[in-house]
Design a protein around this ligand. Structure first.
Ligand code: KG4
Ligand code: ZN
Length: 343
């Protein structure tokens, strides 16, 4: 078992966590601190990259210190450091990775670079072992990826979004309905409050591909609301219809893919995996197909340091640490780091 500090700064959360593993129950989180920048970006109605990186610089040291204090550990107790190397906002990534490198260098600790999507996958290894092999749906603000995880560090991307990511679509739909930033969780809450009849909006069907598309449903909503004053009930009904369409598209395709590749267990992770309707629909569809669904706890679905620590724990456990040349990239592809015999 190793004790690892995980650092995540790919977008607008400055996050650090201390976690221990791997054990019988996967990874144990000892502390997890997330400093959200939501309030800062709210007045712009979206994330401003330059503002995000400046705030990361202000917050990274206090957030790491807080994670260490809450875990009651000292630098000497750590066995390694993990940090997100991409994809994400480059100015934000640099802050987290430089901090991780500085600590690793000063304390002579091994360093693991973690792909952000890999971090989301390992959010489900917190509290239990990953049921490998599996099919992961990573639904977030920046991604909608179907990834076949054959083993630790062995990934195959089967499908992705062709336009908006689902979280991005939720954000845009929230704006169209006049909801304040961040629109995603607010739209979900409004949708869940609706008790009337529900008609899902038309959704794009991309045949012979595991790709997704969410721009059609967003355009449908935009056309519907353009130039109109919406009453509260109509706003809630549109929110519910939008949520239903996105959740259905994600659940149907994921379950079909899992069936087709041999009935693999499904992993539902990423910020949009917090969505209660999506979780329920995925369970329902998977149950009908005789498949199992694993989800991360809601607090580990949105960006956090614990998922990066969890991925780093397996990486450091199964493979040598990275060198000081480790770099970050805004468009980092998800690559294998392990061979077929890694475990
Ligand atoms: O994984 P995450 O924290 O960041 C990225 O890697 O992108 O995901 C953030 C996204 C945001 O777009 C947010 O609107 C969405 O997750 N989100 C939700 C809910 N909670 C967060 N979308 C739908 N329903 C929710 N309850
Ligand atoms: Zn994320």
């Amino acid at each position: 078992m190793v004790l690892v500090l995980g650092i995540e700064t790919s977008c607008d959360e400055t996050a650090a966590a201390i976690a221990r593993g791997p054990g019988e129950n996967g990874v144990d989180v000892v502390s997890s601190v997330v400093a959200s920048q939501d309030e800062l970006h709210a007045r712009f109605g979206g994330i401003v990259p330059e503002v995000a990186s400046r705030r990361h610089i202000e917050m990274i040291v206090p957030v790491v210190r807080e994670a260490m204090t809450r875990a009651s550990v000292s630098w000497d107790d750590l066995d390694g450091i993990a940090a997100t190397t991409g994809p994400g906002l480059i100015g934000s990534l640099v802050v987290g990775l430089s901090t991780a490198k500085a600590i690793a260098q000063a304390r002579r600790l091994p360093l693991a670079g973690v792909h952000h999507l890999e971090g989301h996958i390992y959010s489900a290894a917190i509290g239990r072992r990953l049921p490998l092999p599996l099919l992961a749906l990573i639904a977030s603000g920046g991604h909608s990826h179907l990834v076949l995880v054959r083993d630790h560090g062995r990934y195959e991307v089967l499908g992705r979004t062709r336009d908006d990511a689902p979280g991005e679509a939720f954000e845009k739909a929230g704006r169209l309905l006049g909801l304040p930033y961040p629109g995603g969780p607010r739209l979900a809450a409004l949708a869940d409050s609706y008790r009337g009849r529900l008609e899902p909006m038309p959704q794009a069907r991309i045949a012979e591909s595991w790709d997704f598309s969410f721009s059609g449903v967003k355009t449908h909503l935009a056309r519907h609301v353009r130039g109109r004053q919406l009453g509260d009930d109509e706003r809630a009904s549109l929110a519910a219809a939008f949520q239903e369409s996105v959740a259905l598209a994600l659940a149907e395709k994921t379950v079909r893919a899992a069936e087709e590749i041999g009935g693999l267990p499904i992993l539902l992770v990423g910020g949009v995996a917090r969505n209660r309707r999506l979780r329920a629909l995925m369970e329902e569809r998977a149950f009908s197909a005789g498949l199992r669904v694993n989800t991360a706890a809601p607090e580990y679905c949105t960006d956090n340091g614990a998922m990066i620590a969890a991925a780093g724990i397996y990486r450091l456990h199964l493979r040598a640490a990275e060198t000081a040349e480790l770099d970050c990239a805004a468009n980092l592809p998800l690559r294998d780091w392990a061979g077929p015999d890694s475990s």
